[in-house]
Ligand binder design. Structure first.
Ligand SMILES: *Cc1c(COP(=O)(O)O)cnc(C)c1O
Length: 381
């Protein structure tokens, strides 16, 4: 293996040396110390989401999508119906999961450059009494846009619907309060803003709704209720737990506390984002989103209009210099993405911008503008 590169991605992302080192031992999945760690992790997650004792935290093996699928496949009853408010690929993925599972599902679709509209979602809920559950994505990682989960939660609660939030890329990096935001199920994973390594996801779940979901599961391994019961009964996972990833996560949680908690981490990510915007702006890059919709988690940049710009080459040259960025996921625009989360600091952002400047020069691209200067009608004629 070559040297470690810096990951400017939405996960897996750059982790600290101490998080990586915490994995250098083997633990038994039934070992008392390990079970103590699992139980402490569950308590910490509840505290991070500002949950009260009407919630429980359930850990689920697999990547984040497995945790999303475990929620959708377990808690929606046979006679239930899901509405997904969609403004990007991760919202579409939730609707896709429901469809495969045979769960009646409707998508309410918004432009990828605008947040989900609470007003329109509330109207859709009011119009269709069959809808029992509403789902959306907090930070839609396709673009980095933030959706108004507090408003949506209030609307869902007022209309008596259960609210599911994919907070995968925001939990731990943006303060969130499941109680006051009326979030019944919040889903995230180990390798995003808590800065652990991949291996499992987790769900903050409203206890009485989980209890009620008996007999609804459409999967054995992803049965969230059975997983919760297993963890409650003897502290263990039902099937082999990702022991090393859990050790890393326990260390990552300690480091989040040492940093000063979610507020401090959010401030560092915001400083990262500011450094990135400053540097990329100076190079002429344009963002996909308007600045007031842009989160500090990840940013989509439009491809330069320059005829010599080629993303695979740009990506490859940056990677050779030790900087890993991310391809785009916007439907109707050519973009690439740069994440500002993980064990990264403003000086890392400046180093990345320096590398991008060097790569552009190497590709003989003198301007990274994505749109034509006023008065020009053709690109580089
Ligand atoms: C990362 C992410 C996921 C999960 O992706 P996995 O590859 O399954 O870990 C889901 N939703 C959002 C918004 C994400 O950012």
């Amino acid at each position: 293996m070559s040297r470690t590169k810096l990951l400017f991605t939405p996960g897996p992302l750059t982790t600290s040396e101490t998080v990586k080192k915490s994995m250098l031992r083997d633990v038994g999945s039934r070992d008392r110390e390990f079970l103590g760690e699992v139980s402490a992790i569950r308590r910490s997650l509840l505290a991070l989401g500002n949950a009260d004792d009407s919630y429980t935290a359930v850990l689920m093996q697999g990547s984040g999508t497995f945790a999303v699928e475990s929620v959708l496949s377990t808690i929606i009853p046979r006679n239930g119906k899901l509405l997904v408010a969609i403004n990007g690929a991760y919202g579409r993925r939730m609707a896709g999961i429901a469809t495969v599972l045979g769960i009646p599902c409707e998508g309410i679709i918004f432009d990828e450059a605008t947040p989900v509209s609470t007003e329109r979602v509330a109207a859709a809920l009011a119009e269709d009494a069959a809808i029992t559950h509403l789902a959306t994505v907090h930070c839609e990682t396709s673009t980095g846009i933030l959706n108004p989960v507090a408003e949506l939660g209030r609307a869902a609660s007022r209309l008596g619907r259960i609210f599911i939030v994919d907070a995968m890329s925001s939990f731990g990096g943006i303060p969130i309060d499941v109680v006051s935001d009326h979030i019944d199920f919040l889903i995230s994973s180990a390798n995003k803003c808590i800065q652990g390594v991949p291996g499992f996801g987790f769900v903050l779940a409203r206890l009485h709704l989980l209890e009620k979901a008996e007999g609804c599961a459409r999967s054995v391994s992803l049965d969230l209720r059975a997983q919760w019961q297993g963890l409650e009964a003897d502290g263990q996972f039902r099937f082999t737990p990702p022991t090393h990833a859990l050790l890393a996560f326990a260390q990552a949680l300690r480091e989040l506390r040492e940093e000063g908690g979610v507020e401090s981490r959010a401030a560092r990510y915001a400083a990262n984002h500011q450094a990135l915007m400053h540097g990329m702006g100076a190079l002429g890059f344009e963002t996909y989103l308007a600045p007031h919709h842009q989160s500090h988690i990840i940013t989509s940049f439009r491809y330069p209009l320059h005829p010599r710009f080629d993303f695979p080459e740009f990506y490859g040259r940056l990677s050779e210099l030790g900087f890993v960025i991310y391809p785009g996921k916007v439907s109707h625009a050519d973009c690439f993405r740069i994440g500002t989360i993980g064990h990264l600091f403003p000086h890392d952002m400046e180093a990345l911008v320096g590398a991008i400047r060097q790569v552009l020069a190497g590709m003989q691209i003198d301007s990274a503008r994505a749109s034509l200067p006023v008065g020009r009608t053709e690109a580089y004629e």
